[in-house]
Design a protein around this ligand. Sequence first.
Ligand code: AMP
Length: 282
Amino acid sequence: METISSPADLRNRTLAALRAGKTIGFVPTMGALHAGHASLIRRARAENDLLVVSIFVNPAQFGPAEDLDRYPRDIPRDTALCEREKVDLLFLPRVEDVYPPGFDTFVAPGRAAEGLCGASRPNHFRGVATVVLKFFSVVRPTRAYFGEKDYQQIAVIRRMARDLDLDAEIVPCPTVREADGLAMSSRNAFLSPEERTTATVLFRAVSAMARSRETGERRAAVLREAGGSVLAAEPAFRVEYLEIRDAETLDPIETCDRPAVALLAGRIGGVRLIDNVRLPCD
Ligand code: AMP
């Protein structure tokens, strides 16, 4: 594995690979890698000739009061994981490599970025879309892999790829969970043992909604109540949103007469957590 920090150097490598007829798989991350990231990396390894992973804690997607400064970082451990997973190129740019002085152009995502996480994190998806587009320009991926844990992020990226004629195929990958259902996240490390126990409430709530849907309930309001009553039993979890949306467009729906997804976000102490499950269709 080779580690590269310069976007120009990486671009030379990926252009050479493309000219040689190779496919390129790309997994963008913010590091503090866990089994969820590893699942994306493994899939990308299996499906492509050249595998590029990036680790970049992107300041543009953090709000002023958010956890940019304390976001977990462990490059030696992450590098070892990438070696084990047979990554070819590890892209580790510095902030000034990505946003040099004078940088002044951002991608403005549309409706997919409104509501849900976009409501409480106003410029979050603008920062995500901008860095993903920049990295796509450098990496030129054949396929790029994203986790369904960040469901709205995939909707934003997929829309951007279509709207801006990007070549990359956007590949969504299932959420990897701890044994008790908690979706793996770099931010789980911030939870105290007690908070970690409370954190199972996210998966319990969205699972209750999926079960209610499985037994034939189609009304979004009733499905939300099934999740809401699970949340009500855990006052330490402060809910930000609990919603049912169209699985493809993320438009709000009142009746589950098409593929849908239940999405949940909230806080335990100072830690913001999200989760979602798809609701079965009949
Ligand atoms: P992050 O480092 O949090 O920016 O995540 C990098 C990529 O890994 C994103 O596409 C995430 O959706 C994905 N990811 C994070 N956690 C998980 C998980 N538990 N299961 C599957 N993918 C994940």
